[in-house]
Design a protein around this ligand. Structure first.
Ligand SMILES: [Zn+2]
Length: 835
């Protein structure tokens, strides 16, 4: 322990060390999450400086725990301290608060990437040190701060990784990088259960770990939040500030100034233990869905730490041998320097936080946009999901109480929401609704935009002060839930109908199909004299299925209750206009039997997004099919999904087997390099625009300066931007869409060629497609008018190739719809509409 802990002080012998509880010193083995939990509970019950709480559970049911650490006196007065602290984040209340003696709130958070484990292992030492240290320094620290110790941001990933490295650890530790210990199997422990990168989910909040954390974040409004990571084995140690030109524009400059002040402490502490480090040369604070950036748009200071990874117990690197204890010690040390910097500049952090929220009023007053209104008339689910996200971020949202039309878009009372800009969360609300196409820098560590109403494909509009003053806003919503659907008409009907607008309409249909109930889909409009049923309407001909009537009507009750769609009863099949209900143009829907290809070469994130979408939102059964099983019989599936993938080593016999399965009537839905692989394997005839022309152009340029290399190449990366597509609303892939333009998310540069058969490209990038985000002029030119979807007919089957991933990070509810339409309605596409 002397290797890690500050010397010259004594430690309370009543506090158990990690070794006393776990049987080993930190760093000898990788702590599993269960052990971490066990130790933290032991140390918390032994100490009167700590309160331990469970704040939520992961997908795998692991507790998310936090320790609140301070003096016993502060802990006894915690509610008051919290209430006072939160007042400084409310512009209307903060003026009366004196920060002279107020404790600073510091949140230490570890290993959001589960296979960057030195952070969580360092948290054992933090738990021990903060409970056991004796002396003036610790007393001053605890008296002047509330410390939130969050030992594992990602318990499921940490557990996975610890199992891997511990099961391969030799008694004689072998630092050979070729050893299996350092070569985790796909998909690794970085992500959570559904293979989501939790360090991108602080804004979208689609995962339970993030939702629990953000609730606590706003409960405490910390002044500092640290985010401890690992990077490549041949690196040193990084602490923020990151690259100065890549700060998110709504983050105040003072944030960077305070980050610099903290950096002096990290440097001093790391100098003392002889560790090499750097700052400002890499990483950035642009995308606000990361742990080190989300705090920055909330009046806090987020700090990213990156330690060279031993990715196991010890590994050779350019500096000799990097041991796991060395990595742990660096994270422990900068945790202490963070605490010291917080105490040294305590009042400055608190006053910064107060000013941050005071400025919100001024910023709102000079903004010509006074509010945003959003909402779909036809799909309550997406309205509510976006509203929930806003409420979790403590953004004030109001229900719209009267009909509004703005810029040709109409918003209906009760079916739309208003977000006024004059509120404490001005900056965050602005960051969620604005579009941005100009930037200080052309390089981004992650995405360059995330405009939420575009991601949700919801109509939205800016309101000016005149518009806003004409509205009566009552109380902001505290909570919102998905409204129930309605059953319209009477039971015992001839047939029932469900319109295709609702996000969860597929959940409804799957309930029916999985019980072998016949469901037909309208490919032409049906008007019964009262109501128009659009293309894509799903018809349950109950009169034809009398033996199943009881189960059909039981399902309809469930659908109305849980799936946020309306169900209509119909008395006759005869149309007043349009087709009759038994039209020969109908498609009989089949229950999707889905396999998603997984394994080495396939994007774990994108597979995880599909798995999460189908399993969690639609409650559909899905097989995660290893790519090496593609040679086996595939007859039990009728849909195979292939996300971004590089499958160069796939054998010809596997390709042949897949092609034969498609020819017999199977359907593949693929995107990005998954689609390209199908094309290269001659399973489809889709052609991709080559980038060789540009390379040719580059060669002609005579002379380039070496130092421009990174900048120039980086500027051609499309890290994540939003583009507009034209939509053919009569095509089955667009059924249930309300507008003939929609937003797509793109984070790559692949471009498909237009098909010779124009009917094969029902979604096409528009003439001026950039809606928000960074793209180079050269790439923008390539994307214009290019297909976003190509349909291929292969024998009796089909391949539907998307240019882009339709399920990005689970918050692209808008493009989820194209994916689900392909899954359920793809079969309806005429063979004559294939490339
Ligand atoms: Zn990381």
């Amino acid at each position: 322990m002397t290797y890690y802990l500050p010397g010259g002080i004594s430690y309370n012998p009543n506090i158990p060390t990690p070794k006393e509880v776990l049987g080993y010193h930190p760093g000898e083995w990788h702590v599993s999450h269960d052990q971490l939990l066990y130790y933290m509970r032991k140390v918390a019950t032994s100490s009167d400086r700590m309160i331990i709480e469970e704040i939520g559970r992961t997908h795998e049911g692991r507790p998310l725990i936090q320790l609140t650490i301070s003096t016993p006196a502060n802990l006894a007065n915690l509610d008051q301290i919290k209430a006072d602290h939160k007042k400084i984040t409310h512009s209307s209340k903060s003026g009366s608060m004196n920060t002279d003696d107020m404790p600073i709130v510091i949140w230490l958070g570890y290993s959001v990437h589960g296979n960057e484990a030195s952070g969580s292992n360092a948290s054992l030492l933090l738990g021990y040190y903060l409970a056991a240290a004796i002396g003036n320094e610790i007393n001053e620290l605890l008296e002047n701060s509330i410390i939130i110790l969050d030992p594992s941001f990602n318990p499921d990933g940490l557990q996975r990784f610890s199992t891997w490295v511990n099961m391969h650890r030799s008694h004689v530790i072998n630092p050979d990088a070729n050893d299996r210990e350092y070569d985790e199997v796909w998909p690794g422990g970085r992500t959570n259960h559904y293979w989501f990168d939790l360090n991108r989910d602080w804004l979208p909040l689609q995962q339970p770990e993030s939702r629990a954390r953000i609730a606590r974040f706003h409960d405490w409004k910390p002044n500092i939040l640290t985010d401890h990571h690992e990077m490549g084995t041949n690196s040193t140690f990084f602490f923020q500030p990151g690259i100065p030109s890549r700060k998110f524009p709504w983050t105040p400059d003072k944030n960077v100034e305070l980050t610099h002040k903290m950096a002096k402490f990290h440097a001093k502490y790391l100098d003392e233990i002889g560790s090499l480090y750097y700052s400002e040369e890499s990483f950035d604070d642009f995308y606000i869905g990361k742990g080190s950036t989300y705090p920055d748009v909330n009046g806090s200071i987020g700090i990213l730490f990156e330690q060279a990874s031993s990715r196991g117990h010890a590994q050779e690197n350019d500096y000799g041998i990097l041991t796991f204890p060395m990595a742990i010690r660096n994270h422990f040390t900068v945790s202490l320097s963070t605490l010291a910097s917080g105490i040294a500049h305590r009042k400055e952090f608190l006053d910064y936080q107060r000013n941050f929220y005071k400025e919100a009023t001024n910023l709102a007053s000079i903004d010509v946009v006074k509010a945003y209104v959003f909402g779909s008339e036809k799909d309550a689910y997406r309205n509510v999901e976006l509203t929930k996200m806003l409420i979790q971020h403590e953004i004030k949202v109001y229900p719209l109480n009267q009909d509004v039309t703005r810029n040709g878009k109409s918003f209906k009372k009760g079916k739309a929401f208003v977000v006024p800009m004059d509120q404490d969360q001005y900056r965050l609300a602005k960051a969620i609704f604005e579009v941005r196409t100009t930037f200080n820098d052309s390089l981004f560590y992650d995405v360059s935009t995330w405009t939420m109403p575009l991601a949700f494909n919801l109509p939205y509009a800016e309101l000016n002060s005149k518009d806003l003053s004409s509205l009566t806003l009552r109380e902001p919503l505290q909570y919102v839930d998905v409204p129930k659907g309605e059953f319209i008409g009477n039971k015992g009907a001839y047939a029932y109908a469900i319109e295709p607008y609702g996000y969860l309409s597929f959940k409804a249909i799957n309930r029916l199909l999985s019980r072998k109930i016949v469901v037909q889909m309208l490919n032409e409009v049906h008007y019964d004299g009262n109501k128009t049923y659009p293309r894509g309407t799903m018809i349950i001909p109950a009169g034809m299925q009398e033996s199943k009537r009881a189960i059909i009507e039981q399902m309809i009750d469930l659908i109305v209750k849980e799936d946020a769609v309306d169900v209509y009863s119909l008395k006759t099949g005869l149309a007043s206009s349009g087709v009759d209900l038994g039209s020969r143009s109908n498609t009989t829907l089949k229950e999707p039997k889905i396999a998603v290809l997984v394994g080495e070469g396939v994007s774990g994130y994108e597979v995880g997004e599909v798995w999460h979408l189908l399993d969690q939102r639609y409650q559909m059964k899905v097989t995660l099919l290893p790519v090496n099983k593609l040679g086996r019989s595939l007859s039990r599936y009728n849909r195979i999904i292939l996300p971004n993938a590089y499958l160069d080593s796939m054998s010809d016999s596997h390709k042949k087997n897949l092609k034969e399965w498609i020819s017999r009537g199977g359907m593949v839905i693929a995107w990005k390099n998954g689609g390209k692989w199908l094309s290269e394997s001659e399973i489809t005839g889709v052609k991709y625009v080559s980038s060789s022309d540009e390379e040719g152009e580059e060669k002609k340029e005579s002379f380039k300066v070496y130092e421009d290399l990174d900048e120039e190449r980086g500027a051609q990366v499309t890290g994540g931007s939003i583009f507009e597509a034209k939509v053919d609303l009569t095509h089955p892939l667009a059924y249930g869409m309300e507008r003939d333009r929609m937003a797509l998310f793109r984070n790559h540069n692949l471009v498909m060629e237009k098909s010779k058969n124009a009917y094969a490209n029902p979604f096409v990038y528009s003439e001026n497609p950039l809606l928000s985000g960074y793209v180079s002029e050269k790439n923008l030119e390539r994307f214009k008018n290019s297909p976003a979807v190509t349909v291929s007919s292969v024998g009796r089957g089909k391949v539907i190739t998307f240019t882009d991933n339709p399920n990005f990070r689970a918050f692209w509810y808008g493009t989820n719809k194209i994916f689900m339409n392909a899954l359920f309605f793809g079969k309806a596409i005429s063979r004559r509409a294939g490339e």
